[in-house]
Design a protein around this ligand. Structure first.
Ligand code: KIV
Ligand code: ZN
Length: 521
């Protein structure tokens, strides 16, 4: 029988550790729901002890996402494990994932512990977690750089303590495929009780080898593979799950493994994660990059037209890549618009549809051809947001090489329409200054990205900004055929999200407290 590989997604934990990513509850929940649709086996929803936001995020996902196992990360301490359990306990299928570093370099410099002390702590942590539930995973952080005999001892003893999954991370992305595959094979052979647990791998991409290392490990006995969508994560990121999944599918004869994935959800999941996190996908990225299925050279185009498999090893339809064609215009009706949305994978409520249709009509008045990319951008802009406490009513700006850039902005808030004018080094800064005076929530613009949604002079510009408000780091998104307006909309969106987070934080603060973590790991 073909062996099953379990896919463990840590986009919301290791992925969220990418510099500059900071997701709100709704964004985390939307990603988790999409991961469930994709058929992920285990969703690591966060690191509950690390912050109130993480704790509440894991709790909400545990309550609302049905199907996959929901995991929460915990260092090997009682405080962390308590927090993980408190956030996970309402899940249909919870898992506590506890970890401790085992390499000499981490033991000596980070933990100042002997091997014996760490072994004892790992066993105690697993035994403690087992008091709450059966499904406990243990990770030997920096496992690939850990002394082999000692690592085998740790693996054996945590399995005896009840770990049902043992993970051997290549935490710093140092391993190479031959070496790591061999390491995994030797663990499988050496640890006498290995058959009682699933061996898992978790590879980082510092040398660009995370996917290759994960596949080498699967070839040598690993049965769970951890990674993230689009490969986001700490430093150079984690193994890109869509690449691992498609390698297993496309090279079935080589690996002979099964996964529980709905392949048609891959493209959509990737786009959603990129949009929500603000981490763009490079055009030549395997599987989900814009050029992954584009054939530029005449020889290749000719070959593909004669027989697709001459230059295509996977079919774009399999991963749910929509056929991009010119679709709708200003004469298109609501029914056609809704049908197109459904084909693209978006099921909107009546209210959302009405709002999206109005925006589509506005766009069709300004832009001749409305493509699938435009429609997707509209939906992204509309659904991954928060209630608008401040709504952009109008924007006027002047700029040029011989005038001081000035902007006048009108925002509708709880006090009705408030207007302000301000100057800046350019019209975007001028408008942001005016917005700060109106809202009283000053933001610092840390990052700014502008992307043309389609080709052509009338293309919509999609702006993503990262804004710091106090100690919050917020991502804002704005869309318009006018790039200054798109920039201002992105900034207002970030300020709205900040206001939402501040109010939500105050509400949570008045409610129950999050258990305290013990920071001695
Ligand atoms: O990279 C790593 O070692 C980790 C562990 C916490 C699993 O992310
Ligand atoms: Zn990691």
């Amino acid at each position: 029988m073909t062996e099953r590989i379990y896919i463990f997604d840590t986009t919301l934990r290791d992925g969220e550790q990418s510099p500059g990513i900071n997701l709100n509850f709704q964004e985390k929940l939307d990603i988790a729901l999409q991961l469930a649709r994709l058929g992920i086996d285990v969703i690591e929803a966060g690191f509950p002890v690390i912050s109130r936001g993480d704790f509440e995020g894991v709790k909400m996902i545990a309550e609302k996402v049905k199907g996959p196992v929901i995991a929460g990360l915990a260092r090997a301490t009682k405080g962390d494990i308590d927090a993980a359990w408190n956030s996970l306990k309402k899940a249909e299928n919870p898992r506590i994932h506890t970890f401790l570093a085992t390499s000499d370099i981490h033991l000596k410099y980070k933990l100042q512990k002997s091997r014996e002390q760490a072994l004892q702590q790992a066993v105690e942590a697993v035994s403690y977690a087992k008091k709450f539930l059966n499904n406990v995973e243990f990770s030997a952080e920096d496992g690939s750089r850990t002394d082999f005999d000692y690592l085998c001892q740790v693996v054996e003893q945590v399995i005896d303590a009840g770990a049902v999954v043992v993970n051997i991370p290549d935490t710093v992305g140092y391993a190479t495929p031959d070496e790591y595959g061999d390491f995994i094979r030797r663990i499988m052979e050496r640890v006498p009780n290995m058959h009682k647990a699933i061996l898992s791998v978790h590879c980082h991409d510092d040398l660009g080898l995370a996917v290759a290392n994960s596949l080498a490990a699967i070839k040598n006995g690993a049965r769970q593979v951890e990674g993230t969508i689009n490969g986001i994560g700490e430093r150079a990121g984690n193994a890109s799950l869509e690449e691992v999944i498609m390698a297993l599918y496309t090279r079935k004869a080589t690996y002979n493994k099964e996964v529980g994935i709905d392949y048609s959800q891959i493209y959509r999941t990737s786009r959603m994660v990129s949009s929500i996190t603000g981490m763009p996908i490079q055009a030549n990225k395997a599987i989900v990059g814009k050029n992954a299925f584009a054939h530029e050279s005449g020889i290749h185009q000719d070959g593909v037209l004669k027989e697709r498999t001459t230059y295509e090893i996977m079919s774009p339809e399999l991963i749910g890549l929509p056929k991009i064609n010119l679709v709708l215009g200003k004469h298109s009706g609501r029914h056609a618009f809704n049908e197109r949305l459904k084909e693209l994978g978006y099921i909107l409520s009546e209210e959302e549809l009405a709002q999206a249709f109005t925006r589509f009509k506005d766009l069709a008045d300004r832009k001749k051809d409305v493509t699938d990319y435009d429609i997707e951008a509209l939906v992204r802009d509309q659904i991954w947001t928060v209630p608008e406490r401040f709504k952009l009513q109008y924007l006027h700006f002047t700029g040029g090489s011989t005038v001081v850039p000035t902007a006048t902005v009108g925002l509708i808030g709880s006090k009705g329409l408030v207007e302000e004018a301000a100057c800046g080094t350019g019209p975007v800064e001028a408008a942001c200054n005016a917005i700060d005076s109106i809202t009283g929530i000053p933001g610092i613009l840390e990052e700014y990205k502008l992307n043309a949604v389609t080709e052509g002079k009338d293309a919509q510009g999609e702006v993503v900004v990262k804004v710091t408000v106090g100690n919050l780091k917020i991502l804002g998104r704005g869309l318009s055929t006018d790039v200054i307006e798109a920039s201002v909309r992105a900034y207002v969106n970030a300020i709205n999200k900040a206001a939402h987070e501040i109010i939500k934080h105050d509400e949570v603060h008045k409610g129950g407290a999050v258990p305290d973590g013990n920071d001695n790991n």
